[in-house]
Write a protein that binds this ligand. Structure first.
Ligand code: 4NP
Length: 159
């Protein structure tokens, strides 16, 4: 199973989602069964580490984002990943606009897994530091839902 988190710049929300989700998969004993990555719609920050504010907020919850580097969404992602999980409606529209016709990847808003099918993870880039804690709260909730969904799917595949 392969999951790709997608935001605009790949330096705030989607690397945070990658770090949080990896941690939760590990705690659930599923890290060997699920591949995780993140990327951005835009090219501006390719090759950069996550925003220092995102790194600091994650670190306060014991999650290290320092090794991640930004990259841009690529055509191969539409074939490689089972789930393309968008942080907001604009990201989801951008994913669908460039989806190849024969891609079967499932594209959804990430917060659907937190029981909030229409809610965005707000973009914290131009806001204050507190925005990063709200992002983490939302991402932790959705990650729990996604772990539960994938666990069920993996168990169904086994039986
Ligand atoms: P992200 O945040 O999409 O959560 O990584 C942003 C980072 C950079 C920009 C916008 C959003 N930017 O315009 O450079």
């Amino acid at each position: 199973m392969r999951v790709l988190f997608v935001c605009l710049g790949n330096i705030c929300r989607s690397p945070t989602a990658e770090g949080v989700f990896r941690r939760q998969l590990d705690e659930a004993g599923l890290s060997g069964r699920v591949e995780v990555d993140s990327c951005g719609i835009g090219p501006w920050h390719v090759g950069k580490s996550p925003d220092p504010r995102a790194q600091a907020a994650a670190r306060r919850r014991g999650i290290d984002l320092a090794g991640l580097r930004a990259r841009q969404l690529a055509d191969e992602d539409f074939y490689r990943f089972d789930y393309l999980l968008a942080m907001d409606h604009d990201n989801l529209a951008a994913i669908e606009a460039r989806r190849p016709a024969d891609s079967a990847a499932e594209a959804r808003l990430f917060l659907a897994y937190a029981g909030e099918p229409a809610r965005d993870v707000p973009d914290p880039y131009y806001g204050g530091d507190h925005g990063f804690d709200e992002v983490l709260d939302l991402i932790e909730a959705a990650s729990r839902g996604l772990v539960a969904t994938l666990r069920e799917r993996l168990e169904a595949e086994r039986s």
